[in-house]
Design a protein. Structure first.
Length: 570
């Protein structure tokens, strides 16, 4: 079946022969001479005349609903010529024809003109303008132009930095340029807004509509008239405030991490608790540029005791209780007096306050910075851990040197300390004495009343012995129900008085006994140390032990005095 396009082409080629009497020679000559597609159709849509170039154009119109007949009717109804762009398919690319549709009597003349180049150029221009607009919007947040006088004469429609375009137009640039970052006090004498040469990526701080400062990156070119006279500058800007803030925060965080790591290493390099806290105080003061730092430890009773200090404390109240409490989660406290600025914090471990830290520096240095505050908070947390480690270390040391039940020195530690006391006594020429204490009838307490009652007896006796001791004396549980005391600067008479006082403790112990048949009491042995008769701690303790057994064999509940060191060795 012959297609519309082929039928129209055949009609166009044979129309002159079939309708020779209806087509004038002049009309055929006109259509044939036309440089573009040309054709004449009648009211019924039949092609009366056409040149060869018209076939593609007629095929496009003929392929539309109703074909050429509908087109002819529409133009006659319009009452005059019409123009229409038509895309005609080609071998490589489509051709755009601008078709003039002119009614001539009952016929319709179609004259086409190739406008493909102009159409493509126009489309390319529109596309390039859109791409340029997109590029500008991507590469900058806003743009403006300035005049010779330094005022804004053009501003991007969206405005800038919270200002609307109307609020900026006509105002001088100097109203908005603040120079360097806030707080630096830097000023700017020349800006890209008055440049005489192209500049790129200049960083500048400007004032926002809300009063804050914004960091902008400016690229600018000078604007000149046709005769080369400078008339201002054109600028494109990007607001990089958030990026700069992130960079600054990251740099501060890295620096804080380095300082924190340095202080932690300094603390961990020390073994002794006192040296550890002293090193911490000095390192923290250096890190925060403070001339002084004090660290407190909190005792089990809840009291704060100074543990380390770097630099002389100013004349002010440094009571850690003002820094907060266990229930107060505020981590940092700041205050000042007429001469100094202070920053302090409680130290915690597992939410329990175990100490405090305070720094001070001259008042003319101004307030502590956010970086100082963050670092001090971090250090307070680390110091809380260090305080807990020190407490654990001391607890372990105490377990190694003391009796777990009574808290008195254990035998080993007593002997070591006794050796030191004897060496001191030998140098000073001062006498001393060892008092050996053993409970009478203690075994029945455990057998009849249980070991819990026995432990109560031992703890009570330990407490009483502490009460009988003085500063410089030593008190020990040697093991089982045997105890010993070293009485410093004590001669024989003083040792006897102490033994008599200890024997009287039997009245307090009696209610804890196992019964009247086995009364609870004490036997005491005394050995006096004389610098003129040197002996070891073991020898002195053995003499006191022998005296205690002598007292026990003599009837219990009494004391005995050991023979002298010379006699015991004889």
């Amino acid at each position: 079946m012959e297609t519309n396009s082929a039928l129209i082409r055949r009609q166009a080629e044979t129309s002159s022969e079939e309708r020779g009497t209806e087509t004038t020679v002049a009309g055929d000559a006109l259509l044939g001479a036309y440089p573009g597609p040309a054709a004449r159709i009648d009211a019924g849509g039949m092609v009366r005349a056409a040149n060869v170039a018209a076939a593609p154009m007629l095929a496009v119109f003929g392929a539309r609903p109703g074909g050429l007949a509908v087109l002819a009717a529409a133009i006659r109804a319009a009452g005059g010529p019409r123009m229409q762009d038509v895309s005609v398919p080609g071998l490589a690319t489509a051709t755009t024809l601008e078709v003039a549709m002119i009614p001539v009597g009952d016929d319709l003349v179609l004259l086409g003109r190739d406008v493909s180049l102009a159409t493509n150029l126009r489309a390319a221009l529109v596309d390039s303008r859109q791409r340029f607009k997109d590029l500008v919007e991507i590469s900058s947040d806003f743009a403006w132009e300035t005049s010779e006088s330094g005022g804004f004469v053009f501003v991007s429609p969206q405005g800038a930095l919270g200002w609307s375009a109307d609020e900026l137009l006509g105002r001088p640039v100097t109203d908005f340029v603040v120079g360097g970052p806030p707080g630096t006090g830097r000023s700017v004498t020349a800006t890209p807004f008055s440049t005489r040469a192209p500049v790129e990526q200049v960083e500048l701080w400007m004032r926002r509509a809300d009063g804050g400062a914004a960091c902008v990156i400016v690229s600018a070119v000078p604007l000149v008239t046709a005769d080369g006279k400078w008339r201002g500058a054109g600028c494109a800007c990007r607001d990089v405030t958030e990026a700069r803030a992130r960079d600054t925060a990251l740099a501060e965080a890295r620096n804080r991490a380095r300082v924190f790591a340095y202080i932690v290493r300094t603390i961990r390099d020390e073994v002794e608790p006192a040296a550890m806290l002293a090193a911490a105080a000095a390192a923290i003061a250096r890190a925060l540029g403070a001339p002084g730092c004090r660290i407190w430890r909190r005792t089990e009773a809840g009291e704060f005791q100074p543990a380390a200090e770097c630099g002389a404390a100013p004349m002010t109240d440094l009571d850690p209780l003002r820094f907060g409490s266990a229930d107060n989660e505020e981590k940092l406290v700041e205050w000042h007096d007429s001469n100094s600025q202070f920053a302090a914090a409680l130290t915690r471990y597992r939410r329990t306050v175990n100490g405090a830290i305070c720094l001070w520096r001259p008042g003319d240095r101004g307030q502590w910075s956010d970086t100082d505050r963050a670092l001090l908070n971090d250090l307070a947390g680390q110091l809380g851990i260090a305080q807990a480690q020190i407490a654990q270390h001391e607890a372990l040391a105490a377990l190694a040197h003391t009796d777990g039940l009574t808290g008195l020195l254990n035998r080993r530690s007593f002997v070591v300390e006794l050796e030191r006391q004897l060496a001191h006594a030998a140098r000073s020429g001062r006498p001393g004495a060892v008092v050996y204490v053993d409970l009478d009838n203690f075994k029945p307490v455990n057998d009849r009343l249980g070991h819990q009652r026995g432990d109560e007896v031992l703890r009570m006796l330990a407490q009483r012995l502490r009460g009988e001791s003085r500063v410089g004396d030593l008190v020990s549980r040697l093991g089982g129900d045997e105890f010993a005391m070293w009485l410093t600067d004590t001669d024989g008479n003083g040792a006897i008085r102490k033994a008599q006082s200890l024997i009287r403790l039997a009245d307090a112990l009696a209610p804890y006994g196992a019964g009247s048949d086995r009364p609870l009491g004490l036997s005491v042995g005394v050995a006096v140390y004389l610098p003129s008769e040197p002996e070891t701690a073991a020898e002195l303790l053995a003499r006191a032990d022998a005296a205690m057994y002598a007292a026990k064999h003599g009837g219990k509940g009494r004391y005995a005095i050991a023979e002298g060191a010379k006699e015991s060795k004889a």
